[in-house]
Design a binder for this molecule. Structure first.
Ligand code: SF4
Length: 411
């Protein structure tokens, strides 16, 4: 999982998949001449155990399943039809990539470097969970080329970590952070979640303060969502777990926005805050609707309007990757109007917002006219602000971001 994006790398499909009658190979030919820089995502689905809130394709795996998976992942990379393409970012997400051994990680890094032209100054990110990575592991990351580490802290309160089913405690999170700094890593993200069951505003404030005291380059601060099919989802369905009050959640979000701004961070996306120049280049690819390739079970790819998702079934993935063509759970080509709505939805999440003229040029629609009623309505309710050509979410709009952004899908 990439907890930073909020939207999973694995399920970037936001509209119902429908069959596409072209082939990916044909699309590849059409794209090849136009595309220059990709984002590459690798999914590592192993975790020590399943967290109670997690709906990502991840969990504990046997040694055999794990070995088969890594071999399949290697095959998928090596046989990629996009071999030779330039990559500007590489992101190892999960799951728990820090569950990999240094040797396993090194092999995958080498495969990627031999298959793609990874830019010299590419951003190499990896998600690590406290309690799974050692000081030696962190020291090895830099040598392999990783220059951005994302640490899944989630909370600095042990009772909340326990209630979430996390394997680490607060002391381990702080040790992991210290080891990263000692290893020379100068670009660290911390993931934290608010809106936890029975979490108070004071506890959340203490979490944010603790994070700011550590002074990472980047913070991802998320509101917990209770997803069906998870342990929390099941408890919720049985009436044993209540969602946090909406007003309290909003207060927590506002506190996060205010405290990070006061500490010199810029909120460059709804849930993401960075020091100047330290935005996550990989996640910006998703929000700017730029091309990316995902490798691994359930991984999503998007190139030139064509989007597909690898099978979510581990055995099927391993079997089909070994034969050089991974089976896909979905594949779709978006019509221009649909693609436009999605791009607006994604870009509006960022502080850059959208440029009406750029989108009009790209999609050959008069975007201002097409969405005139939506823009007017959202502006009247103070959810967006429009300065000339540029439309951005207001603070109020950020609080209602999902609802606001969805308006553009519907037209
Ligand atoms: S560490 Fe927990 S939240 Fe993260 S992918 Fe694994 S099970 Fe999910």
């Amino acid at each position: 999982m990439n907890e930073e994006t909020g939207v999973s790398h694995l399920e970037m499909n936001r509209t119902k998949a429908r069959p596409h009658d072209g082939t990916i190979a044909r699309q590849h030919e059409r794209t090849k001449a136009r595309m220059h820089e990709l984002g590459i995502y690798l999914h590592i689905p192993f975790c020590v155990r399943k967290c109670y809130y997690c709906d990502f394709n991840s969990g504990p795996l046997s040694q055999t399943a794990r070995r088969d998976y890594l071999e399949a992942l290697r095959q998928e990379i090596i046989h990629s039809p996009w071999r030779g393409f330039e990559a500007k970012t590489v992101f190892f997400g999960g799951g728990t990539p820090s569950e990999l051994s240094i040797a396993e990680l090194g092999t995958l890094v080498q495969d990627l470097r031999q298959t793609f032209r990874v830019k010299e100054k590419a951003e190499w990110s990896i998600e690590c969970n406290p309690g799974t990575a050692t000081r030696t592991f962190f020291a090895a990351l830099g040598q392999m080329g990783f220059n951005r580490i994302s640490l899944g802290v989630q909370s600095f309160h042990d009772h909340h970590l326990k209630a979430l089913g996390r394997v680490h405690d607060s002391a381990e999170a702080k040790s992991a952070y210290r080891w990263l700094r000692e290893a020379g890593c100068d670009n660290v993200n911390l993931d934290l979640i608010f809106g936890l069951p029975r979490q108070t505003l004071q506890e959340w404030e203490a979490d944010v303060s603790e994070a700011l005291t550590l002074s990472p380059e980047h913070l991802s601060l998320y509101n917990l969502t209770i997803e069906p099919g998870t342990e929390f989802g099941n408890r919720h369905a049985r009436g044993e777990l209540r969602e946090v009050d909406e007003d309290l959640s909003a207060d927590m979000y506002e506190l996060a926005m205010d405290r990070t701004r006061a500490a010199g961070y810029s909120q460059y996306e709804i849930s993401n805050y960075s020091r100047p120049g330290r935005q996550c280049a990989h996640n910006l690819i998703y929000w700017r609707n730029e091309p990316y390739l995902g490798f691994g079970v359930s991984a999503a790819s998007f190139i030139d309007g064509l989007r597909w998702t690898n099978t979510g079934n581990l055995r099927e993935y391993a079997r089909t990757a070994a034969s050089g063509r991974v089976s896909r759970a979905s594949e779709e080509a978006l019509e221009d109007r649909e693609a436009l709505g999605e791009e607006i939805m994604l870009r509006l999440r960022t502080s850059e917002g959208i440029s009406l003229s750029s989108l009009s040029t790209h999609y050959h629609f008069d975007v201002a006219s097409l969405f005139s009623q939506t823009l007017e309505l959202l502006s009247t309710h103070d959810f967006i602000t429009q300065a000339g050509d540029r439309v951005q979410l207001t603070r109020q709009g950020r609080l209602m971001a999902d609802e606001v952004c969805m308006r553009f899908l519907a037209g």
